[in-house]
Design a protein around this ligand. Structure first.
Ligand SMILES: *Cc1c(COP(=O)(O)O)cnc(C)c1O
Length: 250
């Protein structure tokens, strides 16, 4: 179709690709500078791009840009979206992504999540561990798990209390198809992220003393990734800084 004016049409996909490429480069730049400041090697940090609320097309563009780790927080959305993503990538012969589930889990949904997620970062109670284990067996899949730690003493928004984390860790480690990989937290609203992530690191160190393979620390989002890097984050979960603002919740 000929554009109405003499302007050269830019395909919307190309425009979005350029936007995502620029945002991704800016985030990698922040990670590079944050690692320099902390005396760390950026190669030990995995950027998980959080694509919740954004379409399959964005995930595929990010994949073209080299992103392989994606984060989602709602079961239904994540399941449907990544079924479509994986189908498209498999057709192209490049289904090589890792999907991290980072949202609050209900035990009746956990079995379903076990069917498509590779990593579940938001494990916070026994009931969820049992449900993930049953789901992993049903789907014949191995899952990597992180314990989500609540750092403000309030578990209403998810997370196990620091003093209960070691017990939950031992429980995960007792399941054949579940690998305990470490800990995750969201800095509490209004709290100093440095204090929060320092505390998370202590909890993580305590768990690692008993489970040496549990050496992942998932800390830091768009607003506080530098604080995460200062406290040893191996995984950052970044949405807004790469994809833009999410539509507000209805
Ligand atoms: C949405 C979400 C993120 C990403 O947050 P941004 O501020 O958009 O980078 C990270 N972690 C969790 C648990 C989330 O739900």
């Amino acid at each position: 179709m000929t554009p109405p004016s003499g302007e050269r049409p830019v395909a919307p996909d190309q425009q979005r690709l350029d936007e995502l490429r620029g945002n991704l480069a800016a985030v990698h730049d922040r990670i590079g500078r944050g690692c320099d400041a902390a005396g760390r090697d950026p190669r030990e940090v995995t950027l998980v791009v959080v694509t919740k609320y954004f379409p399959v097309s964005d995930v595929l563009l990010l994949h073209r840009l080299g992103v392989r780790d994606f984060g989602e927080n709602r079961d239904q959305e994540a399941g449907e979206k990544f079924r479509a993503v994986r189908a498209a990538l498999t057709e192209a012969g490049e289904d090589d992504l890792t999907l991290h589930f980072i949202g609050q889990l209900q035990s009746n949904k956990a079995g379903h999540v076990a069917g498509y997620a590779d990593v579940v970062q938001s494990v916070d109670r026994s009931k969820i561990v049992g449900a993930l284990d049953r789901g992993a067996h049903a789907a014949d899949r191995r899952l990597r798990l992180l314990l989500q730690v609540s750092l403000d003493g309030d578990t209403a928004r998810g997370g196990v209390l620091p003093e209960e984390a070691a017990h939950l860790a031992d429980e995960v480690a007792g399941h054949e198809l579940l690998s305990l990989k470490g800990v995750m937290a969201v800095a509490p609203l209004g709290a100093d992220p440095d204090e929060a992530f320092a505390r998370l690191r202590e909890v993580g160190d305590g768990i690692r003393a008993r489970h040496p393979d549990a050496d992942w620390l998932s800390a830091g989002m768009s607003a506080d990734l530098e604080a995460g890097l200062r406290h040893g984050a191996t995984h950052l979960r970044v949405g807004t800084a790469i994809l833009g603002s999410r539509p507000s919740l209805l």
